[in-house]
Design a protein around this ligand. Structure first.
Ligand code: NI
Length: 272
């Protein structure tokens, strides 16, 4: 009895099998259409929720940025420190090359930006910040502040602060006066720390990266703040040679780490 029942023809079972076969075939045929949609739901665009992505145009490089800058505090009263500082950028090619070198060497630096050069380079500015570099203000158009009225000085400072903040990074606390030119009016008008230097290798005059790096290495000393410019290929080429050597002897730190200056602290600082 039992075997007869098992071999009995079952029309409902056959219909179920046919319907399932049709469904599988239909799904396989439409796979090309539904798969990308499903993937889009499962994997949204990686940069979508990145905080640095909110401002400015959607530039793919932002997707490579870390979510937070590193906590890279070094106590320069206890260990030998050197601060590499780069003025006059950002420069689309040379600053990018320099940031690549600093990433490779896991070194930190300070960038004093010319405000009028920031619009269009916001991704570079964000890259500086998220890599743990310090960003300072180097005026709007590299004017000599000692030749300007207090109103014009403040315009130079504030326009640059706004351009940098528009890149969605914190506005700087440091101001580096172009040419290092400071007088009583500049001191009383600029509401920021005046960030100067104690080592000027005159990189902008250099022609040979090997000679420039040799001289930077020879003059380097603990507490040094070196004035450089990330707009010249020779400077970046020299950094490619010098940084691997310098980092064996010094912690390569930001200006604020070197001087231990507190945010908003007034006065002129040259190094240690
Ligand atoms: Ni300059």
């Amino acid at each position: 009895m039992k075997s007869t029942v098992r071999s009995q023809f079952n029309p409902a079972g056959l219909i179920t099998v046919i319907v399932m076969c049709l469904l599988v075939a239909g799904l396989a045929m439409s796979r090309a259409q539904w798969l990308p949609k499903l993937q889009a739901i499962v994997q949204p665009e990686k940069t979508e929720n990145h905080p640095a992505h909110k401002a400015g145009p959607a530039i793919t490089h932002d997707s490579a940025l870390p979510k937070q800058p590193p906590n890279n505090h070094v106590d320069c009263t206890k260990v030998p420190c050197l601060a590499l500082t780069f003025d006059d950028g950002p420069h689309p090619q040379q600053t990018t090359r320099l940031l690549d070198i600093l990433d490779r060497e896991k070194a930190h630096a300070t960038f004093f930006l010319v405000g009028s050069r920031v619009p269009g380079q916001e991704v570079l500015v964000r890259r500086m910040f998220y890599a743990g570099h310090e960003i300072g203000n180097h005026s709007w158009n590299h004017a000599d502040m000692t030749k300007l009225s207090p109103t014009d000085i403040l315009n130079q400072v504030n326009q640059t602060q706004a351009a940098i903040a528009a890149a969605n990074v914190p506005a700087p606390k440091l101001f580096r006066p172009p040419y290092g030119a400071v007088n009583a009016t500049v001191r009383s008008t600029v509401p920021m720390t005046l960030a100067l230097w104690n080592d000027d290798p005159l990189d902008w005059k250099g022609e040979d990266p090997a000679k420039l790096s040799e001289s930077i290495i020879a003059y380097a000393r603990p507490g040094g703040v070196i004035d450089l410019h990330d707009i010249y290929p020779v400077t970046v080429d020299a950094m490619d040679i010098a940084i691997p050597v310098l980092k064996t002897k010094y912690h390569l730190v930001t200006f604020s780490e070197m001087t231990n200056v507190q945010p908003g602290q007034r006065g002129e600082y040259f190094g240690r």
